[in-house]
Design a protein around this ligand. Sequence first.
Ligand code: AMP
Length: 561
Amino acid sequence: MTTFSDLNLNPKVLKAVAEAGYETPTPIQEGAIPAALEGRDVLGIAQTGTGKTASFTLPMICMLARGRARARMPRSLVLCPTRELAAQVAENFDTYAKHVKLTKALLIGGVSFKEQDALIDKGVDVLIATPGRLLDHFERGKLLLTGVQIMVVDEADRMLDMGFIPDIERIFGLVPFTRQTLFFSATMAPEIERITNTFLSNPARVEVARQATTSDTIEQRLLEFKPTRRDMAAKQKREMLRAAIKAEGEACKNAIIFCNRKVDVDIVAKSLKKHGMNAEPIHGDLDQSHRMRTLDGFRDGTIQFLVASDVAARGLDIPAVSHVVNYDVPSHAEDYIHRIGRTGRAGLKGVAITLAVPSDEKYLTAIESLAEMTIPRAELPWTPEETSSRRPKSDDRDTDADDDKPKRRSRSRRSTSTDDDQATPATATPEAQETDAPTNDGQGRGRSRGGRGRASSGGGRGNTVVGMGDHMPDFIALSFDERRGGPAREDEPETGVDEGSASETPEAEAEAPKPKRRRRKKADPVEAQPDEATTVSDTEQESGEQTAPTDDVDGSNEDAA
Ligand code: AMP
């Protein structure tokens, strides 16, 4: 069996590795370290969790231990797709280089230009950067890349997803032709293949078997349920989430809860907090220092539940996560493997719980075929029922503009309270409404028929109509809705993306009919956030997180930093 001392590492680095508690090198380390130490280019096909970071940091530290940095000319460059990954790589350097004198700078959004400029001015051995930020510095004339001897591209496939490949190509053109390149990617898409063929010279190719299977240390559970009503789907999903967490009891030390969309990350985190759970969101719209604080809090246990988007949590190394919950079934099967791989690490036991609704079926099929297993269906910790006090959705609604009008009209009806109102007091209570109106048509759509709204519970100014003398024309006593044959709709359920979309995938959303943006009154801060009333274009923006360049990356919002 290969040990670290067989890899020709510097004794000071070996000491740090031993102090980190590593006993044997992982396959990617075993393959990449000797080749890198020989000065060869390396093409590492491996993903997070395989020990790939140490497979380039350890040889880099050994090589950089010889020689000195010159002002504004970093000796090595590590490019990462996200700020978090860059920060993580920087931490790895701190851990493994603690007995070696090396200087480093971190060029990422959210970290002040001034401080990093000062470090670079003095000269750094290692410059860790996201591509956009690096080019910013370069263009401002603060940086010379002609001293780079080793260049690392980490998570190249993510760079591709995020639209960074042109930046990477440009940076390759700015560093010396003679540099050594260590290039890592989880997959070899044709575009990545092209880049490696162009910029790597006879690389040692080290491939670690692709993780298409889930670890035996992870106990998986699928909670399949059908929301009772389409407009209640999101609310019931949140309720199911809470029930699932509670059912785990003490065993749930902490959890990462994955949502497919940023908007849901916020909603779910707020909802959990509102219900007394210690939860924080993490996604690309939060500023860097906030994200770092949240991650630190989750790592040190002050935050128990981290509600995350795939991009924000990608590549992050958070040891000892007892549970992963897929609030949404991921629409890319590989993301399921990555997500649940956050638990059950280093031989520890982990639990992965997935909430699924009927529209997730095709994604579940794809996941199960990739993982070559059936995710065990578990007993539901809670049964969806009509617990909401919301009134059922009316099918008679037509325009947004109309939505407010009936409310006012129904109020006027109250003020002219009729015998009819008083004769039906039962419909005044939310409970009565629930038993009164909703029926499920089997497709999750509630129906309210008969045109009756929530009747007044007798408020208003009594039965007398003031100012009409003894005569009151009949039409005054009728509500507008009755005249139109439509319902009075006070307290109508809030709709928006809630309506069945919470569990839908970005693709499904793009196809979905455009939800109406509706004005909200007295919205519950969690259950009816303004965000929930998002338009299709908002939604598409959120879903862009899956495929397109996002503001999670430094090319967009970091540049503004
Ligand atoms: P990475 O794939 O670089 O994100 O590393 C995943 C995790 O594995 C990190 O927590 C590392 O600290 C850890 N690790 C790296 N190399 C080893 C090793 N040889 N033995 C045990 N753990 C390791």
